[in-house]
Write a protein that binds this ligand. Structure first.
Ligand code: ATP
Ligand code: MG
Length: 791
């Protein structure tokens, strides 16, 4: 070929090279941790693009987390001058969201549908159970929510639920009522995103053919953790000429408890007629001792497909093991070791502290917080899940869509507006009887309560009107004051932290706007325009992370795009795993082992290696469960490049109780030759018991105050650059030559006459917010929407 792909392919080993340059046909890569699976997948996309075999629009890549999607986009962007944001790279949920935004009408959704995260969906279930007058003891909301999600993951609608008895009958009814409620409110939960997409693709032959023809290549990372619905979903998008590349490792399957099926790998091999399974055997990530530990551990599992993994790096440092008297001491030890690594030149974000359960993070966080060491938590109590943030988001959602009953109930009386439980019950009854939203049913409630409800509706209406034409930042700031949230928290005792968090929301929005390119004029050139064979100079390794994939593709017919506010709300629902507010700072990474999948760090601490904790107590009595825990430990170990630290503690305060623990059996399954015990190797909690008991006793009071310290973000700083005033942006946009002005009257074929209120971007990226009166305010892509000026 004439294209010089040398730079792209340099450094790959022969097996990797073969995988990257496979012909366009279904293929499966089955290989161990750190063998370059993700690298092969990313390089293959770059190679396909560079050799002109496919255009950016013809590729779909599925990753397991938003973080992984971002990383893939960053890597791709560094390899090729391609507009990665236009590509379909994301999680199953993210891609479904993108699909449904484009086809909301065919999918039977409202255009402004919002996404319920798992917490929202649980409270929606609770409301249904209450409305149906059912006993929460018999129909435990958590279990019901889980039931509904698993039905959806099995592709079952309420009518498909097998009914055996009164109980299952009722469950099916709750499912139906929950579904009706979601429809009414214009909201979808995570499982619904997938199922809705799947059903639409299944039932709409034209759409299916369109996408099947469009995607010439579909690439799926972490394939071992796909569930049944995701697999069927994939089969819908894969047409007769689509080359699907699945990449996975059976030893890293850690979501069986949530319905993931390793069996999908063998099904894939058979159903897609994979000719040859590719194996990669050289590990590029870890030093020898770390890999020895991983290999020896996983050898204790019986059901394996069988793979080898070797490294050509030397043995490196031994794996250090530390026994601690208490979880408090453990946290202190981790902190000191981490500081030492940092002083030795290791960046903080290259240090990860892993734990099996979220609840374990608090004591580590307290230690880091008190020492003033910046850290970043993935998962757990996430930024977007904090109460004050959820309140603020609820107001924003209502501005977008006043029929969102979940948000309505959350803030109708927060801060208090004299709307009591009785008034709300009346309102909900009225809504139920007429099948309308709470917003629409306000007129049915009389008295003072009714007047207060009407006042609330007027408040939201007011906010919607007042925020038209404002930037996202201004909208949020306006809402925070107008809603009374800021004033409310000012009077609260612990309110300062919450106000700080609300301010972080503004910053998060600001960061989102900058990343998403709203109001930014730079447009990445598509690869085609640069011609084949041209490679941009590799970017420096510290390029900022690419944004989460929120789709801003305009509607092909009307040119309408999502408003920045709607895009931000979607981002907040999908991005629950990230604390945006700390982005950009060099911080130690804290996360569960589950969320560490696919990532790598120079140094890794695995804490809480105790029986009952890791392996988890729920898995102790069951062989399958234990094997899954061991795979989880394998994932944890194989995250480390240079240094691995293992620790356990004799006593631990968890869920308000002190537990006395024995060290994890996994420690006994590691080869002694790879380890270095920092404390004398002990059996169980024999020797230091009295000392440790005393230590636990002594810190009883101290712990309470530590917990009370909360999780404020240590030392976080706002970005230095001030936001560009809207007027300046508008001026820039006008100068860019589309000829529209703020305040100008225009005509749109579908929406009729309107007035331009905001202008952003330039060239193919130019957008306008136009107030169409009866149709409300719309965001339009000027290159597509055919707007005619009216004078
Ligand atoms: P996991 O199973 O944990 O997801 P993986 O198989 O996806 O791992 P990668 O993350 O792709 O592995 O690669 C592990 C590390 O090895 C990365 O830092 C990657 O850049 C590096 N690597 C992979 N292949 C090579 C190679 N041929 N030469 C040098 N480094 C490589
Ligand atoms: Mg990987």
């Amino acid at each position: 070929s004439l294209v010089d792909t040398g730079a792209l392919l340099r450094g790959l080993n022969p097996e990797q090279l073969a995988a990257v340059t496979l012909p366009a046909e279904p293929a499966l890569i089955l290989a161990g941790a750190g063998s370059g699976k993700t690298r092969v997948l990313t390089t293959r996309i770059a190679w396909l693009l560079q050799t002109g075999q496919v255009s950016p629009g013809g590729v779909m890549a599925v990753t397991f987390t938003n973080k992984a999607a971002k990383e893939m986009m960053t890597r791709l962007g560094a390899m090729l001058p391609v507009n990665v944001r236009g590509m379909w790279i994301g999680t199953f949920h993210g891609l479904c969201n993108r699909f449904l935004r484009a086809h909301w009408k065919q999918a039977g959704l409202s255009q402004t549908f919002q996404i319920l995260d798992s917490g929202d969906s649980l409270s929606a279930v609770k409301r249904v159970i209450k409305a149906m007058n059912l006993d929460e003891e018999r129909f435990v909301p958590k279990q019901v929510a889980w039931f509904i999600a698993s039905c959806k993951e099995d592709g079952m609608r309420p009518g498909d639920v097998p009914v055996h008895d009164g109980q299952t009958q009722k469950m099916a009814e709750i499912y139906q009522a929950y579904q009706d409620q979601c429809e009414r409110e214009g909201v979808v939960d995570f499982a619904e995103l997938l199922l809705r997409t799947y059903e639409l693709m299944r039932d709409d032959a034209m759409l299916r053919e369109h996408y099947q023809r469009r995607f010439r290549h579909i690439l799926v990372d972490e394939f071992q953790d796909t569930n049944r619905l995701q697999y069927l979903w994939l089969k819908m998008f894969a047409g007769p000429h689509t080359a699907v590349l699945a990449v996975g490792d059976d030893d890293q399957s850690i979501y069986a408890f949530r319905g993931a099926q390793v069996g999908n790998m063998s099904d894939f091999e058979r159903e897609f007629r994979v000719k040859k399974v590719i194996k990669l055997e050289r590990n590029y990530r870890s030093y020898g001792n770390i890999l020895d530990a991983a290999n020896a551990l996983i050898a204790h599992n019986s059901r394996r497909l069988g793979k080898n993994l070797r490294t050509e790096s030397g043995p490196g440092e031994p794996v250090r093991v530390q026994e601690n008297a208490s979880d408090f001491n453990e946290a202190q030890w981790v902190l000191e070791e981490a500081q030492q690594l940092h002083r030795g030149g290791m960046a903080r974000h290259e240090i990860a502290i892993l734990y099996r359960s979220n609840a374990q993070s608090r004591v580590i966080e307290s230690a880091l917080f008190n020492a003033g060491i910046p850290y970043r938590v993935y998962g757990g109590m996430r930024f977007f899940e904090r109460a004050e943030i959820k309140h603020a988001l609820a107001y924003l959602r209502l501005i977008e869509n006043c029929h969102d009953d979940t948000s309505y109930l959350r803030v109708v009386n927060f801060p208090t507006r004299g709307i009591g439980a009785r008034t709300l019950e009346q309102l909900q009854d009225a809504a139920r009887q007429t099948g309308r939203s709470l917003w629409q049913s306000v007129g049915a409630v009389g008295g003072k309560g009714g007047a207060n409800l009407a006042g609330f509706n007027a408040l939201i209406d007011g906010m919607r009107n007042e925020t038209q034409g404002l930037t996202l930042r201004e909208i949020i700031e306006h809402m925070l004051h107008r809603s009374g949230l800021i004033d409310f928290y000012r009077t609260e005792k612990e309110g300062a932290d919450r106000i700080e968090n609300l301010e972080e929301l503004v910053t998060a929005a600001e960061a989102f706007v900058t990343q998403e390119g709203f109001g930014k004029d730079a447009v990445a050139l598509p690869v085609d325009e640069l011609g084949p064979g041209s490679i941009a100079a590799p970017r420096s390794p510290d390029v900022p992370e690419a944004p989460a994939p929120v789709d801003l593709t305009p509607d092909a017919e009307t040119g309408e795009i999502m408003s920045p506010l709607a895009a931000f709300l979607t981002h907040a629902a999908l991005e629950a795993g990230d604390n945006q507010a700390q982005a950009g700072q060099d911080a130690i990474q804290l996360m569960t082992v589950h969320s560490a999948k696919g990532l790598e760090f120079d140094a890794v601490f695995i804490t809480g290696l105790e029986e009952g904790l890791f392996p988890h107590e729920n898995a102790l009595s069951d062989a399958d469960g234990l094997e899954e825990e061991r795979r989880l430990m394998y994932v944890a170990i194989t995250r480390a490049r240079q240094r691995l630290y293992l620790s356990f503690s004799q006593t631990r305060m968890l869920h308000g109780q002190t537990r006395y623990n024995v060290k994890s059996r996994f420690l006994d399954e590691l080869p002694e030759s790879a380890l270095k015990w920092l404390t004398p190797r002990t059996q169980g909690f024999g020797s230091g018991f009295a000392r440790d008991y005393q230590a636990a006793w002594q810190r009883g009071s101290g712990l309470g105050s530590m917990v009370g310290a909360g999780r404020r973000n240590a030392g976080w700083q706002a970005p230095a650059e001030p936001p560009v005033p809207a007027a300046m942006k508008a001026a820039a946009a006008e100068a860019a030559g589309h000829g529209f002005k703020v305040g100008q009257s225009v005509f749109h074929a579908k929406f009729g006459e309107g007035v331009v209120v905001t202008l952003e971007g330039s060239g193919p990226d130019a957008r306008a917010q136009v107030n169409f009166g009866r149709h409300g305010a719309k965001w339009l892509a000027l290159s597509i929407a055919k707007l005619t000026p009216i004078d």
